[in-house]
Design a protein around this ligand. Sequence first.
Ligand SMILES: [Zn+2]
Length: 372
Amino acid sequence: MKHDTTPLLSAVPGTARTLDSFRFGPADAEKRVYIQGALHADELPGMLVAWTLKQRLNAFDEAGLLRAEVIVVPVANPIGLDQQLMDVPLGRYDFESLANFNRHFADVSDAIAEGLEPLLSDDAAHNQRVIRERFYSALGAITPANAYEHQHLVLQQLACRADYVLDLHCDFEAVPHLYTTPNAWPTFEPLARYIGSMAQPLAADSGGQSFDECFTLVWEQLRTRFGDRYPIPYGTASVTVELRGQGDVDYTLAEQDSDAILNWMRHHALIDEPAPALPDLLFPATELSAMEFLKAPAGGLLVFHVAPGTEVHKGQRIADIIDPISDEVHPVTATQAGMLYARNQRHMATRGMIVADIAGFDAKRSGYLLAP
Ligand SMILES: [Zn+2]
């Protein structure tokens, strides 16, 4: 195991943070995997899984079984991890800019594309190598305006030359689910099976420049620009894995999830061991544009009728919002059939608040498809 420490720009004198990454396996391996936890710093199941994976990967590395280099960043957001307010951890948004830590990753596709054509050839592997190095350099050429941007760039540089990027998150209260692109879905479908994922909404571009998409979109754009003349592969397949809810920081679950990720690696011959048989896929892939955010029609006390992991039908009563003063009870109903896979943990709903997420089949949303 190799431990690298990257100093992060400090926001004020007298403070210092680092981004710590751990490398396992042969540095010259043909494939590279990047795994990070807790980019949303109050989503800690992924940090526990990343820590568990560190121990497991180290053992595989010492036994000579790794066929890929694996980079693990268990603490992907030291800035957000340090944000506590009145005993509540608040790691989703940056206190200074109010920006979501999983949005606004740099888009360097123009910088990569400029002057790229003379370097391309008929060899897809060559083109992939050239583009990866230019991707890394283009990120390095950006001068970050603040600590948030610097942390973003360090994470992007660590991951941009990986074949596979796994970004470990969680929801408020949820069953395991994942988000990826239609193109990467065949790569991660085995992971969905091993991890018991109960929803897999897919989108090529959800509009937020999130961590997973900041890699895949570059390759999409380069394929659009040059793909008719040169073979350009999808250099990175990335996935956002949602490891249940914020409260699910648990040894048994982390062991299960680590096993699932390692089995997925075995399946792709990234670990030199046979992979166990694939379990059933618990719910089909759907379109992210068909995912429904159920919203609170009024403010009030939120009481659920349905738990995450329930297939619901159109019109089914999911929750009630109670005004204990007027005695009004506002039902929240499913607008379409699908899998209810996540729900809010705030039980005093504010008007318009997202109450629950349903992976449905009726693709009617467009534009920005993510939660705030
Ligand atoms: Zn998250």
